[in-house]
Design a protein around this ligand. Structure first.
Ligand code: ADP
Ligand code: MG
Length: 725
């Protein structure tokens, strides 16, 4: 029997894997490379005239509008710096609604009249680009006749050099908008939502008597989980290539049962990759920090230190690209899919967030004094109210076909959006709600019901892994985001719903105080009303339990189990009102996002269905039939010499083949009826008519995997992909 198959070839090439030579330059010191390829504050300070530098800093730091007259000067300095760094091209980098990163590259060099080439890069080119990016999804915002899309320089996210052995590129982070100025990307609404949140956070801070309030920003720190597999296996799996996850694969005899991978020693090859990847990230100014093994075999995590949300979002995108690139150098493939392996823990991206500014610090950090505590409780209450009112939107912001495999599958939070406060803080809110101790002014300090919250340790002892929004001492951790998703989506919702709650709180306090109520009494009242009206979103128990599903329903909380149920949250009158009121997304922009997300969902499901059909027909079925033929020949040979034949193996494979053939027929029929609906109909069809027959093909295949002779099995197995590195 010939042993040649994509799978066996892959195993051979893994055996012969040679590690690449180390890439650390002689004399390089780790501390010196951080930000080496970034047009950073210090580079700008050194290269720009003082006035220009000051103008830029007031835009970056305080959100002041950019003075367009400085663009030429900045462009010229940026070009000189980039050329010194070996750049030949520049690219406007933007973040379309696919959730990926897009780049439009242009050469710096243009021929002049003498035929020589000169480096051109004017302020106008820095500020604005017009990529012919008409094939990005836009949900009806750009008809082909008005297909212009513009990129616009985002001053607040620094430009950087992307290295390549054949020449470097200056990358300029940009927004991406239509010719009508409507957002076609994730960055534009993130910047707008940031502004809205700032406005109302400042109002609240002023009411607390601060006279030195400056711009309030949101911060985000994302923990990225991912899988690594040998690239040879990846090439032998068309399903991984087309849909990012395995559409077939029986559970290995040993999976994650022993929990022996979690925080275990990192394999050398993986460590070499991690060090290399971190080094690349350092050069790009990404503050990559922790690394450890995750729960599943082959799964790892990297968590950069938190930054301003807009920068964190850009860095997060760059981090995903960098992980992929560097892994390939090390003969591995990074799997960012939320659920690459059935029955094995999936990957999430926990988005840690807080808000704050220079003068008042982290507003979600409980302070030592009662006054700080009151202010902290107010900001915390804003989050509670926001999640209660707009949990549906938060859920919609992480809805995707891939993330549907994780949420609610007892490895990630349920689809119900609730808040975990921890025992200490929950108790404080209970006291406030009970109104037991009335607010009073004592020795000049403000007192809100409770004397003081005990100083909460930044890493509160009781962690709750089952809650989608967990307070962790000085920030909230939003745990429902998927590993492949941009954090911009959830951050837009978080900023906007906080803007709404802070607006509500400021307005209430203003009018209560105006009607003669003492400020601290007014604070007490608003906290009480928020707990009374929105406390239903607080849940400190086990989010994975069946009891919570029932209790959440009784509390009236949404439980949107799949994307098709979740995405319409973008399409409600409340959503239109919210995003419109705070100038984050107008109705057309919101509708376009809703449409694009549905379209993405339908497309991914349909690609998976088509890949299953193709692989089932051309890879699995032939292998199973070969084995069936072998067994039948064996039966005939034994019969010819008068031996009896135990038909159980042949029966098993025959019934498996029959089941697979039946399942493939059903899937084919379902795919033939695909199409011809509107987007919502497509998504509904994908959920109801494509997913079940795709799953049936898998069930038949996974059964066959346990029956067919190992040397005939064509696809790398879970055992091989997860444990051989
Ligand atoms: P975990 O215990 O949840 O695995 P990690 O240390 O892996 O925690 O990741 C925590 C993440 O939270 C990091 O990205 C960290 O920078 C971020 N973080 C810490 N403090 C804040 C804060 N105040 N605001 C936003 N993010 C924060
Ligand atoms: Mg975490």
């Amino acid at each position: 029997m010939s042993g040649s198959s994509a799978r066996l070839d892959a195993i051979q090439s893994v055996k012969h894997y040679q590690a690449p030579a180390g890439s650390i330059a002689e004399g390089e010191r780790p501390g010196e490379i951080f930000g080496q390829n970034v047009f950073s504050r210090s580079v700008m300070k050194a290269r720009l005239p003082k006035s220009v530098f000051k103008a830029l800093m007031s835009t970056i730091g305080e959100g002041k509008p950019l003075d367009p007259t400085v663009a030429d000067t900045v462009a010229s300095a940026m070009k000189d710096w980039a050329l010194e760094k070996g750049a030949t091209h520049y690219a406007h980098v933007f973040y379309p609604l696919t959730g990926l990163t897009a780049e439009k590259h242009d050469s710096f060099f243009e021929p002049d009249s003498t035929g020589a080439s000169i480096a051109e890069f004017a302020g106008k080119t820095l500020m604005q680009g017009e990529p012919d990016a008409s094939s990005f999804p836009n949900g009806g915002l750009r008809d082909t006749f008005e297909a212009r899309g513009y990129t616009g320089w985002d001053v607040t996210s620094p430009s950087y050099i992307l290295e390549n052995t054949n020449g470097n590129t200056l990358c300029i982070p940009t927004i991406f908008v239509s010719w009508t100025g409507e957002a076609l990307d994730h960055k534009t609404p993130l910047l707008r939502s940031q502004q809205a949140m700032n406005t109302h956070a400042q109002r609240v801070l002023r009411l607390f008597g601060h006279s030195d309030v400056d711009t309030v920003v949101s911060f985000a720190g994302a923990e990225q989980e991912y899988f690594l597999i040998d690239r040879s296996f990846y090439f032998a799996r068309p399903d991984l290539q087309s849909s990012g996850r395995t559409l077939f694969g029986a559970h290995p005899p040993k999976g994650q049962e022993f929990d022996d991978h979690y925080f275990g020693a990192i394999p050398d090859r993986v460590l070499a990759f991690m060090i290399d990847a971190e080094r690349e990230m350092f050069k790009l100014g990404i503050p990559a920090k922790t690394r450890h093994n995750e729960v599943a075999p082959g799964q790892f995590e990297i968590a950069p230190v938190f930054e301003k949300a807009n920068l964190a979002a850009d860095h997060q995108q760059l981090l995903m690209v960098t992980l992929g690139r560097v892994a390939q150098r090390h003969g591995m493939e990074v799997l960012l899919h939320e659920k690459p392996f059935k029955g094995i823990n999936g990957s999430g991206k926990h988005v840690n967030f807080s808000i704050g500014n220079n003068n008042q610090g982290n507003l979600l950090f409980p302070g030592d004094t009662p006054h700080d505590n009151a202010q902290f409780l107010v900001f915390c209450a804003a989050v509670i109210r926001a999640v209660h009112l707009h949990g549906g939107l938060l859920r919609a912001s992480v809805a995707s076909a891939a993330n549907d495999h994780r949420l609610g599958a007892n490895e990630a939070p349920p689809a119900i959006m609730s808040i975990f406060l921890g025992a200490q803080l929950a108790d404080v809110f209970d006291q406030v709600a009970a109104g037991g101790a009335t607010a009073s002014k004592e020795r000049g300090t403000l007192k809100v019901g409770v004397d003081t919250i005990p100083h909460l340790p930044a890493d509160a002892g009781d962690r709750n892994r089952t809650s989608p929004v967990a307070f962790t001492g000085n920030r909230f951790e939003f745990r429902a985001a998927g590993s492949s998703q941009t954090i911009a989506g959830p951050m837009v919702v978080i900023n906007t719903m906080l803007a709404d709650s802070l607006d509500f709180i400021a307005t209430t306090l203003e009018s209560t105080v105006a009607s003669g109520t003492e400020f601290n009494v007014a604070v007490q009242q608003v906290l009480q009303s928020i707990i009374a009206n929105h406390g239903a979103s607080v849940f400190n128990g086990n989010g994975y339990s069946e009891a919570w599903q029932q209790e959440a329903a009784a509390r009236g909380l949404l439980n949107l189990r799949n994307s098709v149920d979740a995405l319409p949250q973008y399409n409600t009158p409340e959503a239109k009102e919210l995003f419109g009121k705070y100038g984050v997304l107008n109705e057309r922009e919101l509708a376009s996002r809703y449409e694009v997300a549905l379209e993405q969902y339908a497309k991914s499901v349909s690609v998976e269905a088509r890949t299953s059909l193709e692989m089932g027909k051309t890879i699995i079925l032939p292998a199973a039939m070969r084995y069936q033929t072998e067994l039948a020949a064996n039966a005939a040979a034994l019969a010819s010499i008068g031996y009896s034949f135990d038909s159980s193996a042949l029966d098993e494979v025959t019934s498996g083949v029959t089941a697979l053939q039946g399942a493939l027929k059903n899937l084919k029929a379902a795919l033939e009826h695909d199409g011809g609906h509107d987007v919502a109909g497509e998504a509904q069809y994908a959920l109801e008519a494509l997913i079940p027959p795709t799953n049936a093909v898998r069930a038949a295949t996974d059964q066959l995997e346990d029956v067919v002779a190992d040397n005939l099995w064509p696809l790398p197995t879970y055992q091989e992909m997860l444990f051989i590195l």
